[in-house]
Design a protein around this ligand. Sequence first.
Ligand code: GLU
Length: 489
Amino acid sequence: MSQVRTRFAPSPTGYMHIGNLRTCLYEYLIARVNKGTFVLRIEDTDQERYVEGAMDAVFNTLALTGIGFDEGPGKEGDCGPYIQSQRRDIYKKYAEELVKKGHAYYCFCTKERLESLKGGDENLGAALNYDRHCRYLSQEEIEANLAAGKPYVIRQKMPTEGTTTFTDLVYGDITVDNKTLDDQVLLKSDGLPTYNFANVVDDHLMRITHVVRGNEYLSSTPKYNLLYQAFGWDIPTYIHCPPIMKDAHQKLSKRNGDASFLDLVEKGYLVEAILNYIALLGWSPAGNEEFFTLKELEEKFTLDGLSKSPAIFDIEKLRWMNGEYIRRMSPEDFRKAADKWLREGLGEKLSADEKVMSKVAALVQQRSVILSDIPERIGFLKDLPEYDTAIYCHKKMKTDEAISLSALKLCIPYLSSYSGPWASAELYGALCGLAGSSGLKNSQILWPVRTALSGLEVSPGGATELMELLGKEETLRRIEKGIELLETN
Ligand code: GLU
């Protein structure tokens, strides 16, 4: 078998949709499992749909995910250039070659004429948009029009009878009636190719062996095959993927913000978790394992695990997976991944202290589901929230507001004169000692202190962990504040 070459061919017409990323990932994995080559090609021939910044989104996404391409813009191989707008002459040459071979023709119809055909001509088949007027021009008419400098497009000459069959790896054999195929435009009047033409020429010239794309392209594939045949080129292996659905009825759409990869990252999902989850949207691994790093996927991905049933993008499942990824990270990796969110939650002063940053990271790692949960959970360290003294009452901890008040009052002189290390373990011993010598249970000191320091019913970290993080001065200030609130209540 010839060397496997796959390509990701995004059009810079918007952000990187989850569906695009899945296509990209599968193309990449097929190349990697087969020790082949993965090509990045930018399909920017539709100038009207060009969106500023969309190309950056592609490059950023690839850089973030670690999906590296072997050939593409900035990584020239022997098939470049890899940006379609820089390949104009190539498409023109091939379109003209098809005209010479009798598989395509010049069409001089004006916009107005084409407009007038829409829905008007009963001789047109239901699926046909063009009545093939120029297909039957004489050689003299064509030459006269060309000499007169009339603008033209080049159209594919579809067979008028018979059928075209192709095999898709996921959907099986598909046959269409040739008479339903439109004489589609290959080269536009501005000299640029249509997507339908450029992808065939480029896939051939770039020696692409496997084409993965969304199933919305299934209906165009017979037209592509007729082009391959007209040129006498080998047809690649087609792998069409089912749509990614929001629910049983609706496709995941651009209107739904969750459909964008970079938005998910912004929202605090880990790149590795998103990638893992996307890999499973349409592909089932051989065993029961669901967790795969990109490296593992590069070894385990199999074409026969692809399915044609639509995949539902289940945000709850992604959240779950993300939480699992967070728990499985090393403390150092989590600290790095959470950096931005820790800073946001702690504010400038606290986050300037690396020790505080890593300690807080350790406190929140186990219970975080997505990274963006972090700022809210740790914001109390920056600013003590307003709170109701009712949170001092806790049955299991055997405290109420009165007990808490006396416990906090004991803490002030005790901690003011405390000269041991201001570290959680030592402080814990010290506070338990204080409890013992005052006839209180440990919890009757620890719970009120934790509450006074956090102002929350539930906080990441216990009393002495928070004391260590906040430092002596702030600890005393918050305990004083607690006393004041409990006294005025
Ligand atoms: N440029 C097309 C798109 O972004 C690519 C489709 C294909 O992979 O052939 O939808």
